[in-house]
Ligand binder design. Structure first.
Ligand code: ANZ
Length: 721
């Protein structure tokens, strides 16, 4: 018998599948649709690492299973290639971002192909492709038309190292999320999106998402941060408070400041009429509420600490006010409008021009896309302006309204723009005249399953929900929410338990794993390594184990005997395995799917003969996990069509149940009756049932001396004399 050698098998089948187009999705099927989506990657210069495929393998297993279960499956892939990471990589490596992106995509695609994913590559998208970003720009124009995009001169977060303005979401603990530099406040002209108009819907509609994990919804709730409170005037100062009932306890006012400092001013507390001091305090945020608070040291922890530090009075046992006695009820949000412009080269140009006469004028739809010009110098200018500002022949244009001289907007969009709507485009990638065809969108929407990193709980997943709701209001999207079910993937850590990083030299490259063990082993291993959402360390031994498992599946086909007799127990194990794998794929418990197949393989290995049908069932169940080896074995059994287009095995509920046996019940060796039990029931279970027999309970007056138990046959209860 031929030895298992993934090298022989894997590239052969990958080519065959591509040639036959077995994973191409269409809308003309009468099968129920399933749209299964991975968060598309940013094609970095480092290529894929083993952490990437974990989520992709999971959706691949899921989509292959769904296809076999009779669904019309859409499982696409593409590239999120605009933005700072791509541009910084290009600058560091002195290679134009466009070239860098093309090169990186080729590499990524090669790496993904080696793992044997069932992507429909005919629907590949790339956010930097003008045919794609034409529609990103179109969405911007629609937002502008509806008053949801506007220019602002408010101070924004500025990263002095990346030399660009940032959205609040791009700042973590006061630092640039990308490079870690401390962020400054800088007043500058920028484009904003009025996401706050959608705050209530973004919050309330979380209730439409029962299949999202609670922790993701909770992060969104906190990010939106809706508070019901009151605005109350203390002299010239207005405060925002969620506890107006505590106003009698307010002994100071604090406004936002760089350090704690008394301003020298006093104002009257409108409830007590007493004069109270106005302080500047670090803990008061300038951009929340009104940027001023009433300090109630008796009831608020931070106010108490502040009062103690600065010897301010604490009012105890004061009278409580009614909610609306002194101010008016308002609702406040933590969510801020989205700073949507970047002073960088590598992004979608914002499609407007500035005309001396007409001001901001949108580029007419027919002139989209506004293409990013080919330039030699794309590094930040250091002036706070985008490098595009230096390209005169691009900047100078005519006003679409009056025909007079005008200048193009030189800010570009942030890297989050394309990913806010890309999932819609997969439903109709070639469309030149509309973002998507309504019928096609309606057929596929919403995304049934979306899988990606938990770090996207807020930014991407809030931005995408916002754009989706806007497009829904415009009649472009047909569902209120874009993603029906959302699952986050747990990290793969290095073998040493640390994050994989070049710095630690502990990065594992999937190409090496595929070369040495085969893609099927990588896939089985990553699904077997533990609960999908947990962060789990890589294990070389685990990988070897996965490979051995596949080798055992390979070898037991030798035992196939056409007239192998199957006992009821043999049959039961097969049906139990079908049930377990079917249910656990559905609930993303891939590790237990593999365990149950291992149990089946163990049992088959022990037998001298196995039936063809049993073996084929095993192959069908394993096919989504190990698509190459199962395809090879399937053909070796004489089939000439792909295993991946076969029907998923069904189990018979009656056969899953364990067989019943009749157990004789004796007292002191005398037969008193029988009980029906599942085969293999434990002594304690049989005892419990036996003692409830009337004939037994009647005798129950003495202490049990001893129990004789013969599994599946007899229980004899012996009482003390
Ligand atoms: C008096 C008070 C008494 C308050 C009390 C709380 C408890 P959330 O729920 O997050 O909206 N606050 C208001 N604006 C602030 C700002 N710009 N920076 C820092 N803190 C601010 O919290 C609202 C509460 O946070 C407000 O209610 C205010 O303190 C404080 F027993 O007013 B409270």
């Amino acid at each position: 018998m031929k030895e298992y050698d993934p090298k022989d098998i894997e590239s052969k089948w990958q080519k065959e599948w591509e040639k036959a187009g077995i994973y191409q999705a269409g809308e003309s099927s009468d099968k129920p649709k399933k749209y299964i989506l991975d968060m598309f990657p940013y094609p970095s210069g480092e290529g894929l690492h083993v952490g990437h495929p974990k989520g992709y393998i999971a959706t691949d297993v899921f989509s292959r299973t769904k296809r076999m279960q009779g669904h019309n499956v859409l499982h696409p892939m593409g590239w999120d290639a605009f933005g700072l990471p791509a541009e910084n990589f290009a600058i560091a490596n002195k290679i134009h971002p466009k070239e860098a992106v093309t090169k990186n995509i080729t590499r990524f695609k090669e790496q993904l192909s080696k793992i044997g994913f069932d992507y429909d590559w005919s629907r590949e998208i790339n956010t930097t492709d003008p045919d794609f970003y034409k529609w990103t720009q179109w969405i911007f124009l629609k937002l502008l038309e509806k008053g949801l995009a506007y220019e602002s001169y408010e101070p924004i977060n500025w990263c002095p190292s990346c030399q660009t303005g940032l959205a609040n979401e791009d700042v973590e603990d006061g630092r640039c999320e990308r490079c870690g530099t401390v962020v400054e406040k800088k007043p500058m002209r920028q484009w904003m999106l009025r996401i706050t108009d959608y705050a209530d819907r973004l919050l309330n509609d979380l209730s439409l998402l029962p299949e999202w994990q609670e922790h993701i919804k909770e992060s969104q709730r906190n990010w939106i941060g809706r508070s019901e409170g009151a605005l109350i005037k203390f002299g010239d100062y207005e405060v925002f408070t969620t506890r107006p009932d505590t106003i009698f306890g307010a002994t100071f006012i604090a406004i936002s400041g760089k350090e704690d400092r008394f301003t020298g001013k006093y104002v009257a507390n409108p409830a007590t009429k007493e004069q109270i001091p106005v302080w500047e305090a670090e803990y008061v945020m300038s951009d929340y509420g009104t940027g001023a608070i009433m300090g109630v040291p008796s009831d608020d922890e931070r106010d108490r600490i502040f009062a103690e530090k600065h010897n301010l009075p604490v009012a105890e046992n004061y009278e409580k006010a009614e909610f609306e006695d002194f101010g008016k009820k308002v609702t406040r949000y933590k969510l801020r409008d989205w700073v949507f412009s970047r002073q960088r080269y590598w992004g979608e140009p914002i499609p407007v021009v500035h005309c001396e006469k007409d001001g901001v004028v949108p580029v007419p739809e027919k002139d989209l896309p506004v293409k990013l010009p080919e330039v030699e110098h794309y590094a930040p200018t250091g002036t706070g302006e985008s490098p595009l500002a230096n390209i005169e022949e691009w900047v100078n244009t005519t006003c679409p309204k009056c025909g007079g001289p005008a200048k193009r907007e030189t800010n570009t969009m942030p890297q989050w723009a394309g990913s806010s709507w890309y999932y819609l485009r997969y439903t109709d990638t070639e469309n030149q005249s509309a973002l998507v065809d309504k019928k096609k969108e309606k057929y596929w929407a919403p995304v049934d399953l979306y899988v990606g990193g938990a770090e996207h709980a807020t930014r991407h997943l809030i931005y995408a929900r916002f754009w989706h709701k806007f497009l829904f209001d415009m009649g472009v999207a047909s569902t209120e929410e874009p993603f029906e079910r959302l699952i986050s993937v747990g990290l793969i850590l290095a073998e040493d338990g640390r994050k994989m990083s070049k710095r630690w030299g502990n990065v594992i490259n999937p190409d090496d794993v595929v070369d040495r063990f085969g893609a099927d082993s990588l896939r089985v291993y990553e699904m077997f390594m533990g609960p999908f959402e947990n962060a789990i360390a890589w294990s070389a031994n685990g990988l070897v184990g996965a490979r051995r498992f596949i080798e055992r599946v390979w070898r037991i086909r030798e035992k196939i005997t056409e007239d192998a007799g199957l006992s009821a127990e043999d049959e039961r194990l097969t049906h139990q395995t079908i049930k377990k794998v079917s249910e656990d794929v559905e609930s993303f418990k891939f590790n237990t799917c593999i365990s149950s197949m291992m149990i089946l393989v163990n049992a088959l290995e022990k037998r001298s003969a196995i039936s063809r049908q049993e073996y084929e069932t095993l192959l069908l169940l394993l096919a989504p996990f190990a698509p190459h080896v199962t395809e090879e074995l399937w053909h070796e059994l004489g089939h000439d069509t792909s295993i991946h287009l076969e029907k998923w095995p069904v189990f018979d509920e009656a056969k899953v149940l364990s067989e019943e046996v009749t157990v004789a019940v004796q007292v002191g060796g005398k037969l008193k009756g029988t009980v029906n039990m599942e085969r293999g029931a434990a002594e304690a279970e049989v005892f419990e049932k036996a003692r409830l027999l009337p004939a037994v309970s009647k005798e129950w007056e003495r202490e049990v001396a001893r129990v004789v138990f013969v599994p599946d046959r007899l229980i004899n209860i012996i009482f003390r004399p």
